[in-house]
Ligand binder design. Sequence first.
Ligand code: FES
Ligand code: MG
Length: 569
Amino acid sequence: MVRSQGWYGGEGRDPFIHRAWMRRGVPDHAFDGRPQIAIANTASDLTPCNMHFNEVADYVKQGVWEAGGVPVNLPVVSLGETVVKPTAMLWRNMAAMAIEEMLRANPIDAVVLLGGCDKTIPALLMGAASVDLPAVVLPGGPMLNGYFRGERMGCGTGVWQLSEEVRAGTLPAAEFEASDKKMIRSKGHCNTMGTASTMGLLAEALGMTIPGVAGTPAADSRLLEAAHASGRLAVELATEDRRISQVITKESFHNAIVALAAIGGSTNAVVHLLAIAGRLGIDLTLEDFDRIGGKVPLLVNLQPAGRYLMEDLFRAGGFLAVLDQLVDLLDPLARTVTGKPLTEYLGGHGVWDRDVISPRSEPLQDDAGIAVLRGNLAPRGAIIKPAAATPELLVHTGRAVVFDSIEDAHARLDDPELDIDADSVLILRGCGPKGYPGMPEVANMPLPQKLLKQGVRDVVRICDGRMSGTAYGTVVLHVAPEAAAGGPLALVEDGDLILLDVPNRRLELLVDEAELANRRTAQRALDGFAQADRGWQKLYIDHVQGADTGADLDFLVGSSGSEVTRESH
Ligand code: FES
Ligand code: MG
C-alpha cells in the first residue's frame, strides 16, 4: 500500500476530510490507492534561472497521469543566485529544511525535484534525502550560448572578465553595460560550468536523473520530453518503493567526484556533495575528493576554465559521452533511479566535437580534480581548483596582505598606497559560514588596479568563503576552521609569509608557534563578523557547521524518514 493511503484510504471522518478538500475536479479513482506524485517546483519570478519550471511541471504531470499516478504541484522555497542578498547560500539549509518538512507532512508517495539555479538542486536533494521518499531529479537545463563581439560570452565568467577589462581601462564601460542581453538570451540557468551546470550533471552522476537528461538546454524541446519521462518514472518509483537511500550510496559519490573532475566543475559542489552525504549518513570526507578525483583528467573545455558553453557540450554528445570515456574509473555498482547501474548506460556514445569533449588520450589536463590542502593555516582543510588556477602560482611563497571583510577589501584594494606586489598573497577572512554569515562567493576578490595596470592577471588569494563556480584564479577556498570560528586565518598579519604548495597539498603560515600563541591570546573579535539576535540568521550562526563537512546545520544532518504518526484532527 502506498504511503498516501495513510491519508486517503478507508472510511470515516479523517479520510473523508483528506479526500473531500483535495477533490475539486479530481476523479474518484484518484484516491483508490494510486501513487500521489509531488512536483517539488522551484519556479519563481525571482529565480529567473528556474522561471520555466511551471511549463516543465505541466509535462511532468502528463507523464504522471499517463502512468497511472496523480500529480500534485508543490511550490517550494526557491533561491535566485544573483538577486538574493547577502548570499543565496545563507538559505540553502532553510530551503532544504522546508522542503523536507513539506514532503513529510503531505500525502506524497514520490517526488520529482525540479531544480536549476545553484542552490536549488542541492537543497532539493538534501531535503528529499532526509525524508527518503522515492525521488527523481529533473535539472532545468542551461541557457543557450551568449555571444559578445562574435565570441562566446558565458554567464558569470563574461561579467568577471569584462568588468576587469573596464577596470584595466581596455573596455569602455558603455560597451560592458550593453553586453547583458547578449550574454543572457533564453530561459535556463548559467551556461558556463558554474554551480548550476555542475550540480545538474552531478545529480545525474549520483544516479538521480534519468541518464542522458542532464545538460539538456532549457529551451530544447527534449527537456519537455524528459519531463514527461520523469513523471512516468516517478510513478514506477512509488510503486516499487525505490527510495533515495537505495539509489545514492558511497559508490554514487565516487562517480560524482570522478565526473566533477572531468567536467572541471564548480568548487561549490564539494560543499553540496558533503551536505547531501551527511543527510544520507554516508561517510564522505574532503579527502575523498582528492583521493578519487585527483588523478581524473579534464575532458570538458567549458568556461570558466576553458572556451565553450553548455549548449556546446550538449551538441558535442553530452554528459554521457564524457562519462563514456571514463568508464574504467566509475563504480559499476552505483545505481540510478531507473534501477540499472549508471555504467550500463555507457558504451558507444559518439563525441561530435573533440574540441569541446577531449578524448581520454588527449585530455585538456591530467589530474584535474579539486586539491585538498592542509597545514597550520587550514587544519581542517581548504580546497583549490588547479584547473582554474595559474600553473606558475601553484607553488608560491609570498607576503600576506590581510582584509577582514569583503567591504574592507573593496575599500582598500585600489588605494595607491596599499603595500602590495605581484608576489603578495591576499588574505580575505570573516567570509565563512558563520562569519559572513552564509559563506558568500567573494574569495576571488578583484585584483588591485595598481597590479592590473602592471599587467598582472592573477595573484594567490586565500579565503574562508566560496568562489562563484563561474570564476577563476589561483584562489584557495573554504579554509577551515573559518576565522570566525577561531581558525588560524584570524591570526595572520600583514607581511607574514605564506606558503602555498599544491603538489604537496600544503598551506602554511610561516610564523613560529610561539608568536602564533601570543597572537592567539591577544585575539580580538574581527570587525564585520556577523551577529544576529533573532530569526533564521540566529539559528544559522548558532548551528552551522564548517565548510569541511558541508556547512549544514548540526541538527539537520541525517534523516527522520517519511513516517508521520499523529493526525491533524
Ligand atoms: Fe542562476 Fe547562475 S544565476 S544559475
Ligand atoms: Mg554561483
